[in-house]
Ligand binder design. Structure first.
Ligand code: ATP
Ligand code: MG
Ligand code: MG
Length: 370
């Protein structure tokens, strides 16, 4: 069977590897970490830095197609791979998603709204009237995730001080919006004629990290449909091939604003592993191989709960998984990471019920007893 390659061996790479192997492919993973979660399911583990030229050549030459699982993969590495094998998403798309300035420009160019923002590439850029962006959030243009690299600012003086504090690196200053809730839509695009969008998830964050995804999102169906169409439109504008996650803010007036995108399967799509006809990792395999996207029908209302290292308690004891095992409508998914650390994503569980609210009640009750 053909070998599929993935840059990065974290939990997303692991779930990709399981899907690919189940679908009859072999898998090669490039990741420097000997204990990379994906390595356990890979036929080949190339242990090298992500941008190591020899390792990239080895990956490209052994694989019929290559994809990525982490956001900060070097876009040039993707372009390099593309000279030797089929690569999706493209280095260009990855580069857009990695830079909040380019990302927001593309979102607007596709005709979709973002929060009012100011691109700050050098200190002169922040000497303008900041009132339209305040109170706001200063975000580093690159390398931020899980709310890292973000400072909330009330005044222009605070914004300028925060910018200096971040060492003068490129940033965006974004107006703080009054959020009704947050949702995401994940689209799989193979071509203009072939794309599929998963049901919209409602996402609840804690300390800047995704905590729960509720599906279907508790918003009007017409609004959910709008989010799906916006995700599709963005993928089309980028000529994107692969799985693209789009995060949205729902404002008080029921309008949608695009927050950011991720060029890969997304934490808020883990519910698809148990509750959709095709899951997001199967879609990633399909898209990179140029196959039709699978159907995305929701089989049941579902809630996903992230399991961070915090749940492991101070004494390092495993949580009481029995309570999940004893719930016939719950599915535990652990990523095989050895060390639990606060904030580290160790696994998740999905709870299915007859309504999203019921699933949420049960999920929270289960989490409390872990
Ligand atoms: P991720 O882990 O999703 O990549 P990130 O570090 O890139 O996160 P963002 O998604 O930009 O961060 O922001 C994290 C969270 O902060 C958002 O989910 C939202 O709750 C809040 N937030 C960000 N920007 C705004 C805004 N303009 N107005 C209000 N809340 C915001
Ligand atoms: Mg982000
Ligand atoms: Mg985000």
């Amino acid at each position: 069977p053909a070998m599929l390659g993935i840059l990065g061996g974290g939990q997303l790479g692991r779930m990709f590897a399981v899907a690919a192997k189940t679908m009859g492919y072999r898998v090669a993973v490039l990741d420097p970490d000997e204990n990379a979660p994906a390595a356990a399911f890979a036929d080949r583990h190339i242990r090298a830095p992500y941008n190591d030229p020899a390792a990239l050549r080895e990956l490209a030459d052994s694989c019929a197609a290559v994809t990525t699982e982490f956001e900060n993969v070097n876009a040039d590495a993707m372009r390099e791979l593309a000279r030797r094998t089929r690569v999706s998403p493209s280095g260009d798309c990855v580069a857009v998603a990695q830079d909040r300035i380019a990302e927001k420009a593309w979102i607007n160019k596709a005709g979709l709204p973002t929060a009012p923002y100011l691109a700050i590439e050098s200190v002169e850029d922040i000497q303008v009237d900041l009132a339209p962006y305040l109170p706001g959030i200063l975000k580093t243009a690159r390398l931020g995730y899980d709310g890292k690299g973000q400072v909330r600012v009330q005044t222009a003086a605070e914004a300028r001080a925060a910018y200096a504090n971040l060492g003068g690196q490129a940033c965006v200053l974004e107006k703080m919006l009054d959020l009704q809730l947050e949702v995401s839509a994940i689209v799989t695009r193979v071509s203009s004629a072939q794309s599929a969008v998963f049901p919209v998830a409602e996402n609840i964050h804690k300390n800047g990290i995704l905590d729960e995804s509720i599906v279907p999102a508790r918003i009007a169906p017409a609004l959910a449909k709008q989010a799906q169409e916006m995700a599709r439109k963005l993928a089309e504008a980028l000529d994107y091939v692969g799985v693209l996650a789009v995060e949205f803010f729902v404002l008080a007036d029921d309008s949608l604003v695009v927050n950011e995108i991720a060029p890969r399967p997304h934490n808020s799509g883990h519910y698809t592993l148990t509750a959709c006809l095709t899951d997001q990792f199967q879609q990633q395999v399909r898209a990179m191989c140029g196959l039709l996207p699978g159907r995305t029908d929701l089989l049941s209302p579902v809630v996903m709960v992230n399991l961070l290292g915090d749940v492991w308690k101070d004494n390092g004891h495993e949580p009481n998984w029995d309570v999940l095992a004893e719930a016939p409508n719950a599915q535990l998914h652990l990523y095989g990471k050895k060390q639990a650390r606060p904030g580290r994503k160790m696994g998740h569980f999905n709870v299915m019920a007859t309504s999203a609210d019921e699933a949420l009640d049960q999920a929270r009750a289960l989490k409390d007893t872990l």
